[in-house]
Design a protein around this ligand. Structure first.
Ligand SMILES: [Mg+2]
Length: 223
């Protein structure tokens, strides 16, 4: 019987693109104020570079294109410290409220600790969860798929990992460690997200696939 329901954050409970786009907007405003270039045009350019080249070199390309001699690290700081408006997916709010009365709720999220805590605060998630683990605080080597955050979560509630379930979106890291110690796992494949097309070896895939968190309760009750 499941006693603890644990969620991933990015692209599971909210659309990470909202953070990425919002953070680019803040960088565009920063550059606009400093160099007198239209923030809107900078922002549109960042999105088109993102579309063509991915996330890696956007700030370098922007600075080259506009002949700006800017410290890229400073722009990365503006990006990481940004606090765009974020909203949970509608089915996230509903499921968290429904699960609350019957299960202990946990959150396990990877990423730079202060960036993840920013998102947690913006989304006001502390009120929904009994325990939040930002894996970066355990050390870079304990990011998912390491088993430690999953074991720590079970220990916190004094349950066996077999009584826990993890819901995430990224098969390359969300399920391998969790399954290894006995968690049941659920992959949410939404309309949007960086990993929706990935199909990996079965050790990396979840026990169940869903397309909305509305499907969660019958699965949990069945286990
Ligand atoms: Mg995720």
């Amino acid at each position: 019987m499941i006693k603890v329901v644990v969620f991933d954050l990015d692209d599971t409970l909210y659309n990470e693109k909202d953070f990425v786009f919002g953070a680019f907007k803040e960088v565009a405003i920063y550059l606009s104020k400093k160099y007198g270039i239209s923030a809107n045009i900078l922002y549109e350019d960042m999105l088109s570079i993102l579309h063509k080249e991915g996330r890696g070199k956007i700030f370098n390309i922007i600075c080259d294109n506009y002949n700006i001699n800017e410290d890229i690290k400073a722009l990365v700081q503006v990006y990481r410290n940004s606090k765009p408006k974020l909203n949970l997916y509608e089915d996230s709010i509903e499921i968290l409220n429904k699960l609350r009365c019957k299960y202990k709720l946990g959150l396990i999220t990877d990423g730079l600790a202060y960036v993840q805590w920013n998102k947690i605060k913006i989304l006001d998630l502390e009120k929904h969860f009994d325990n939040i683990i930002v894996t970066d605080e355990l050390g870079r080597e304990y990011w998912k798929p390491h088993i430690m955050p999953f074991q720590n979560m079970a220990d916190k509630f004094k349950v066996s990992p077999k009584e826990c379930i993890y819901i995430g979106d990224n098969p390359s890291k969300d399920f391998f460690g969790a399954k290894k110690i006995g968690y049941k796992t659920i992959r949410i494949i939404r309309q949007e997200g960086d990993h929706i097309k990935a199909r990996l070896d079965k050790n990396y895939e979840a026990d169940y696939d869903i397309s909305s968190l509305d499907e969660l309760i019958p699965i949990i009750q069945d286990i």
